[in-house]
Every structure is written in structure tokens, then in C-alpha cells.
Design a protein around this ligand. Structure first.
Ligand SMILES: Nc1nc2c(c(=O)[nH]1)N[C@H]1C(S)=C(S)[C@@H](COP(=O)(O)O)O[C@H]1N2
Ligand SMILES: [Mo]
Length: 414
């Protein structure tokens, strides 16, 4: 965890308005006529994996188009080899509802805090920045459905490759400080968060997510106004979003505008139906398993990836080769990353890169040299500081959530 001194406020009115005006949102609105733009086709490594690589979303570079409205954009995996912080212009995007404001006037924006509080609040962005101590944390934002395209048997939902995740240095204020300003009333059970996006039909339930009040007040859950030193891109939740370190991104409500303190458990659609997992280790069930108890998705689990080479890569015998990748511990830090170059017979500990805090990506490296030619299976496995290791076999559930398995790449040595 990194704590830094406050610098010039990112939300001076002029700065904010200029940025809001400079978003170039016409591309966003006109996205259905995007065919005028040249785009490249890429092939994700599963059936029906052909996707367009598009560059016409505001504040975004080349992204894998999963869907245009609402936008689902995946980070091209090469980006993860370039460093542990995922650049804002490459950071994946996921929205559920199609009506997303295309401009936000920072001067008009208010964050409401209401419900079971002594003093309801309506905060301007300037108040949020000025009146609360700044807080920074590096944390992985990962969609519950990241890697869903690999589920077998296949399940419905966005068929993501492994790029529905990203790591950023988030800067903002602690949610605890804001809740304490409002004064949480006794009997409070949860805090519920809502953004500015809505459905087209009035009966579409607005996305709302809730956290236990103690979790909301743990001093780590935060309201972020900056991502990697810059205001949040509109598509990642400008002007503010919730950051819930160690938890799946469904809770990281974007364009956060409303916090309601509840005295009972929230059973709205997005809590009780849309984002529930089997209450089993690793959310793992068999496709024919019946009457499984379901619970809201929550903490992430450890994962690791190769980033320096892809499945099918050709490498030279006897030549020194630096294997490289990223790992994260889920809801706690990485203890070890183990790599096998012989399909799991032998494992070696990789060298871990700079620790930017327990919730972020950690780079790993391992020098290897292949003594014989032929096909080789390379494996990588993360173990977190709670002793949880990635499983040998992939988990499965009907929603395609929490994909986890020791990752493999096949290489050809010649
Ligand atoms: N307001 C709002 N916040 C939201 C969502 C949404 O649809 N609306 N989707 C959630 C889900 S499921 C994910 S995976 C993350 C994606 O965050 P990103 O687009 O910044 O990568 O946002 C979360 N926050
Ligand atoms: Mo998600």
C-alpha cells in the first residue's frame, strides 16, 4: 500500500470542465456506425473467438470489442507484459445498462449519502477532494466473468479471454471517512451503491451493489477520483467510482452518485440474482449438481499468467530465455509463483518483482534454458499469503464466474 502526499487538486473546476469537454464522446454515441473505421480482426483462443480490435471509444486505445452497447471492451493481453499498472487507455470496460451519461459536468455532480445516517450529505467533487484526506492503493479490478470463454461446458455471458482485468493505482478518499462524516446510525447493516447509468425500459433494475457496513468502513474500500494519476476515463466511471480491494469488480460501482445506508440485507436483483456463486470451494460445481446453496460473489482468488510468450510460441534449444508474467493473490498478497517447464513434474519458484501492495499485480520472472527439442508444456501457479493455491483443474459454474486453474502454454523447442 502506498500513501502519498496531496498534490494539486485534480478537480479544479477549470481542469475538470476542460477534460469533460475534451472527451470526444461523439465516437461513443455514434458507436453503432463504427464500421467506417478500419478495424483489425483477432482470434481469441476458444470457439467463436473472432473479435474486432477497435480504437474508436473515447479515451481508449485499441481494445477487443466484445459488445458495443453497452460497451464491453477487453484489454489485449500483450498490455500485461508491459508493466504491472494497466494504462487507463487500455483498461477493460464493462457496463450492464445502455444509458450511460456521455458528459458529466463536474460542477453539477453530487455524491449523496443518505438512509440510516445522522446527517445526509450531498457532496461536490471539490468537497470530496478538499475535505477528506487522500488515500492511494494499488488494486486489481477483475470482472467476475473474466476468462468465461474457457468454461467447458460453455456457459452464456460475455465470452472474455483473460483480459477482463486490470491493475491501477487508485487515488481518492476512504469510504469510511465519508460514512463517518454522515454518521452511520446504529442498526445499520449494509451500504448500497448506485451509479448514474440506467436501463432503457423502466422495469430494468438499476445496478446497485451493497457491502456489509463493517466492510464499507474497513478503511480500504475507497471512493476513487483518480486512476494511475489521472482522472478516471468516462467509461471507467468518471468522475468517481467505488474501489473494493480484493473483491470482484461487480462491487466497484462506477459514476458513483448515491450511497444509501440500509438496516436490512439488500436483496435487489444485482445482489440476489445476477452475481451469485455456488457456496462451494472455488465456486466449483458439476453441471448436473442440483440444489446448490448460492451466495453473493465476494473475494477474489489467486491467479497467475505468462505474459512474455503465448501458446504456440517457438523457442530455441540451449538459448537462455527469460519467462515472465503477472500474478495476484486475490484478496491478499502473493506468497509464491511456481513455474514448471515439464508439464508439472518439477516446479521452480519465480523471482517476484516490486511489491506495490497486496492487492495489485506482481510481476514474476524465471530464467530457463531448454536442453531438448520438441513440444513442452509450461505451467504457472500462484500461491497467496493465506496459503491458497491455484487448482490443477478448472472450476465450473453455470454463470462462468471466478475462472481459476493453473495456466498452461504449449511451446515448441527447436
Ligand atoms: N455504474 C456501474 N458500475 C459498474 C458496473 C455497471 O454496469 N454500472 N459494472 C460492474 C462490473 S460487473 C464490472 S466488471 C466493473 C468493470 O469496471 P471497468 O469498466 O472500469 O473495467 O464495473 C462494475 N461497476
Ligand atoms: Mo463484471
Amino acid at each position: 500500500m502506498k500513501q502519498s502526499t496531496p498534490n494539486a487538486t485534480p478537480f479544479s473546476r477549470r481542469n475538470f470542465l476542460t477534460r469533460a469537454g475534451a472527451l470526444g464522446l461523439s465516437g461513443f454515441l455514434a458507436i453503432t456506425s463504427r464500421s467506417v473505421r478500419a478495424s483489425e480482426l483477432i482470434e481469441l483462443p476458444f470457439a467463436n473467438g473472432r473479435r474486432e480490435l477497435v480504437s474508436n471509444f473515447p479515451q481508449k486505445g485499441p481494445m477487443i470489442l466484445q459488445r458495443s452497447r453497452p460497451p464491453l471492451l477487453e484489454t489485449p493481453f500483450e498490455v500485461f507484459d508491459q508493466g504491472v499498472f494497466t494504462p487507463n487507455e487500455s483498461f477493460y470496460v464493462r457496463w450492464h445498462l445502455p444509458n450511460i451519461p456521455t458528459t458529466i459536468d463536474p460542477a453539477e455532480f453530487r455524491l449523496k449519502v443518505r438512509g440510516g445516517v445522522r446527517q445526509p450529505l450531498s457532496l461536490t467533487l471539490q468537497e470530496l477532494v478538499r475535505d477528506f484526506p487522500p488515500f492511494e492503493i494499488a488494486a486489481v479490478n477483475q470482472c467476475s466473468g473474466n476468462s468465461r470463454g474457457f468454461f467447458s461446458p460453455r456457459v452464456t455471458g460475455a465470452q472474455w479471454d483473460n483480459g477482463a482485468m486490470g491493475n491501477a493505482l487508485w487515488r481518492g478518499v476512504r469510504l469510511k471517512d465519508v460514512l463517518d462524516r454522515a454518521g452511520v446510525a446504529s442498526g445499520a447493516l449494509q451500504a448500497r451503491f448506485r451509479g448514474l447509468d440506467t436501463g432503457v425500459l423502466p422495469q430494468t433494475p438499476t445496478l446497485m451493489k451493497s457491502l456489509a457496513i463493517d466492510h464499507a468502513r474497513d478503511g480500504e474500500v475507497m471512493i476513487a477520483y483518480e486512476m494511475n494519476g489521472k482522472p478516471l476515463p468516462l467509461l471507467n466511471g468518471f468522475p468517481i467510482r467505488l474501489v473494493v480491494p480484493g473483491w470482484y469488480a461487480t462491487y466497484w460501482v462506477k459514476m458513483l452518485a448515491d450511497i444509501e445506508v440500509l438496516d436490512k440485507a439488500d436483496d435487489n436483483y444485482w445482489m440476489s440474482k445476477a452475481y451469485v456463486i455456488p457456496d462451494t470451494p472455488g465456486a466449483n460445481v458439476t453441471p448436473d449438481q442440483k440444489d446448490v446453496k448460492m451466495v453473493p460473489i465476494n473475494r477474489m482468488v489467486p491467479r497467475s499468467f505468462f505474459t512474455s510468450l503465448r501458446d504456440g510460441a517457438h523457442v530455441r534449444r540451449a538459448q537462455p530465455l527469460q519467462l515472465r508474467g503477472i500474478a495476484f493473490g486475490g484478496d491478499t498478497g502473493i506468497a509464491k509463483v511456481l513455474v514448471s517447464t515439464d508439464a508439472g513434474h518439477n516446479w521452480q519458484a519465480a523471482r517476484l518483482g516490486t511489491d506495490h501492495g497486496k492487492y495489485g499485480f506482481r510481476q514474476w520472472e524465471l530464467p530457463v534454458r531448454f536442453v531438448s527439442t520438441g513440444p513442452k508444456t509450461l505451467l504457472v501457479k500462484a500461491i497467496n499469503t493465506a496459503g491458497l493455491a491455484q487448482p490443477d483443474h478448472p472450476n465450473w459454474n453455470a454463470s462462468g464466474f471466478m475462472r481459476n486453474v493453473i495456466e498452461a502454454v504449449a511451446v515448441q523447442v527447436s
